[in-house]
Design a protein around this ligand. Structure first.
Ligand code: WTA
Length: 699
């Protein structure tokens, strides 16, 4: 399946000096280890497991599983019988056994340039132990679920690792989600406590997180689900600004450090209002007051390999998000190994992943993977374009970042501003560049490779999903010759296949459904609270395979190219959204009778949201209604789901059985007149009207 020799043509190679020091220095070595990982997983992963601390060793098979729904329940178990603690492994082991206590774990860089903090492994361990004791004092115990809704601050990592230390399950909700989405996730995951912050700035924009969290908790109460404990980090307000019960804090100037540059000083001079922080003493507790008195001693709770570690929600095609559940040991081994080998990690690296911890990329490649390796990372709160479009490269220079991991949407956004903002920074520390989240178009890949990396840094295009826990198709930087736009080959232990519609495996160059034939340690174990949905979504269509939901092409050299989602999912700026989720938010508006949402290619975001709405009788479409609908979606889901286009449609193209023909709507959104086979269309008269009034005609 994997060629014996990498192709010599149409590919780009890593520089020789990178190969000399690399963990996997050649394609031949990759292939040899790949075969070992698939044929003797126990031996392959056993070597990796040796680096970790196990309170007790595993007793059964290394990997026990059933991937075939026709043979019974789907399950995956890794290292059953072993007990360990992931927090111990990523902190105590580094501090005590590996003597990395004084090593920097995070260079935290705030939204404002100059707002910064350095944290060592020892300091992080102390904070985590203290906060774990805080959680315990609030009655949180092993197996309890804790929701975390926080900005990109070190305390977010503290909160997640404190949960892991006591065996509690964290459920992090990205801080861009709305109150409604947070409420839904808190209720679905049955959390007993919420951890949040007063607010944060994204560029110039204040996000009053506590207000949103309060609204979410109220929504939970309205639905008879009560969370009576909320720990609030004062990130923007100060301790003594704690507000009177039920009242709002007065606007205050935000303390900002002295900054060198004139431009920055000017900006900082502006009054930065503090967020409003309503305070209910019966529910709300201040992070700093609680942690102040807590002990630094906290024995980790030893967990079984298959104990749950976290739940993280991802969009589902029915519209209701799925609580993807990952467990302790397999996830630990997999994120540690992928981090080390895909970024070819070495102890003197400074690594920076620009993702938010609220997404899986942040879970696996800001927290668990890098920390398992004792790495030093940049943790960035801000935006790539604030205060200007050189920010990323300035940070790269400031901390001498050597491994840099970002999303295609960020690359395309920065590309629009040309090379000058990049070239004015040195970037000579960079060694490896990575991308994740969506297919990267070859043009953006080339720009990243040539302009940002000056053709000396391999680009690792990592394909994976919330469900896969870590990278599954990816180049290894020194071993895999690159093809711009291809995620290349499988990581160790991963066996991909391409199926046609009838479920037959295609050989050689082909295109079809991307599936995996056997589990790897980091694959998800279930959808929390709904194992049947797990089986139906990922295993039912093609028994015996895990279905990714992505289309894929394999070329003559065996390289895999992801072609995008083939289900009802959209990928906007690397965030997966289900069309059903957006549609149900739209039809909740009283003016809307029916809605259909499709993706339309977008030069920066990858895809944009194009919505067709059929209005109720007697209602006419105007700008006010459009604004209301956009607001409605933002409030139901979050700003990431804001529609780009809304078209009022007198009717929608449907099959005779009443199914909306999204394929046709996609063509209309893109103004592609060749509709293909429309023989099943019930009433074609609506099509001309939709083309005529499509958004963008006038622009
Ligand atoms: C897409 C993000 C092409 C894909 C880690 C997948 C990609 C979905 C790539 C998962 C890539 C992610 N090339 N497509 N390198 N990486 N995707 O769960 O459609 O947020 O199924 O996990 O993103 O998104 P998720």
């Amino acid at each position: 399946m994997i060629p014996d020799k990498a192709p010599g043509e149409d590919v780009l190679h890593a520089p020789e000096d990178l190969k000399k020091e690399a963990h996997i220095p050649s394609f031949e070595k990759y292939k040899e280890l790949y075969i070992k990982s698939v044929e003797s997983p126990e031996e392959f992963w056993g070597d990796i497991a040796k680096d970790f601390f196990w309170k007790t060793k595993y007793t059964g098979k290394f990997l026990d599983y059933n991937f075939d729904v026709t043979k019974g329940e789907i399950f995956v178990k890794c290292m059953e019988g072993a007990t360990t603690n992931i927090c111990y492994n990523v902190l105590d082991r580094n501090v005590h056994e590996r003597k990395l206590g004084d090593k920097v774990v995070f260079y935290w860089e705030g939204n404002e340039p100059g707002d910064e903090k350095t944290v060592t492994y020892r300091e992080l361990l102390q904070q985590v132990c203290k906060f774990a004791n805080v959680l315990k004092s609030q009655g949180v115990k092993k197996g309890d679920h804790v929701s975390i809704y926080m900005p990109m601050v070190v305390e977010l990592v503290v909160a997640m690792l404190a949960c892991a230390r006591i065996g509690a399950v964290h459920s992090i909700v990205f801080a861009g989600f709305s109150a409604e989405s947070l409420c839904e996730r808190i209720m679905d995951s049955q959390c007993c406590l919420l951890i949040t912050a007063d607010g944060f700035y994204r560029g110039d924009k204040l996000i009053s997180l506590k207000l949103i969290a309060d609204e979410a908790l109220q929504k939970c109460r309205d639905k008879s689900f009560s969370v009576e404990k909320c720990i609030v980090l004062k990130h923007l307000t100060k301790e003594d600004e704690a507000t009177i019960p039920g009242s709002l804090s007065p606007p205050a100037k935000r303390a900002c450090p002295d900054l060198q540059q004139e431009k920055q000083k000017e900006r900082i001079k502006k009054v930065r209002p503090s967020p409003q922080v309503p305070w209910n003493p019966e529910v709300d507790m201040c992070w700093h007051s609680l942690i102040g008195g807590a002990s630094e001693e906290c024995e980790p709770v030893w967990c079984e390999s298959e104990d749950p570690l976290f739940i993280l929600y991802t969009s589902g095609s029915t519209g209701k998000p799925k609580g993807v559940l990952h467990t302790v040991s397999g996830y630990m081994l997999y994120t540690a190994a992928t981090f080390k080998l895909v970024f070819d990690y070495h102890p003197d690296d400074v690594y920076w992943c620009t993702a938010d911890i609220g997404w899986i990329t942040g879970h696996s490649y800001i927290t668990y993977g890098p920390l398992a390796n004792g790495a030093t990372s940049v943790l960035f709160e801000g935006l790539p374009t604030y205060p200007d479009v050189s920010r990323m490269w300035e940070i790269v220079d400031k901390y001498h970042v050597s491994k840099f991991y970002t999303a295609p949407t960020a690359i395309r956004l920065l590309m629009k501003y040309g090379s000058e903002p990049v070239l004015k920074c040195k970037r000579d520390s960079l060694k490896i560049l990575g991308t994740v989240g969506e297919p990267i178009n070859p043009e953006a890949w080339q720009w990243y490779y040539s302009v940002v990396g000056e053709k000396r840094c391999p680009v690792v295009d990592t394909f994976w999903q919330t469900e896969t826990g870590g990278h599954v198709l990816t180049p290894l930087p020194a071993a895999t010759p690159m093809k711009p736009g291809s995620a290349t080959f499988p990581f160790f232990g991963v066996v991909p296949a391409i199926l046609n519609e009838s479920g037959e495996e295609l050989e050689g160059p082909s295109e079809g459904y991307l599936v995996f034939k056997q589990p790897w340690p980091g694959v998800m174990r279930t959808v929390y609270g709904n194992h049947l949905r797990f089986e139906t979504t990922y295993f039912k269509k093609f028994p015996g395979y895990y279905i990714t939901g992505d289309g894929c092409r394999r070329d003559k050299d065996g390289y895999y190219w992801i072609t995008g989602r083939i289900d009802d999912m959209l990928n906007v700026s690397g965030h997966l959204l289900s069309t059903a989720e957006v549609e149900s938010a739209l039809v909740e508006h009283e003016a809307v009778a029916e809605a259909a949402v499709v993706g339309r290619p977008h030069p920066v975001k990858g895809e944009s949201l194009y919505c067709f709405v059929t209005l109720n009788d007697g209602i006419s479409y105007d700008q006010k209604l459009e604004a209301e609908l956009k607001k409605q979606v933002r409030e139901k889901i979050g700003a990431i789901a804001t529609p780009d286009y809304i078209q009022s449609a007198p009717g929608l193209p449907k099959t005779r059985s009443g199914k909306i023909m999204r394929r046709v709507l996609r063509k209309i959104a893109c103004n592609e007149r060749d509709l293909g086979d429309v023989s099943t269309l019930a009433d074609s008269s609506v099509i001309d009207e939709l083309f005529e009034n499509r958004c963008g005609n006038q622009r």
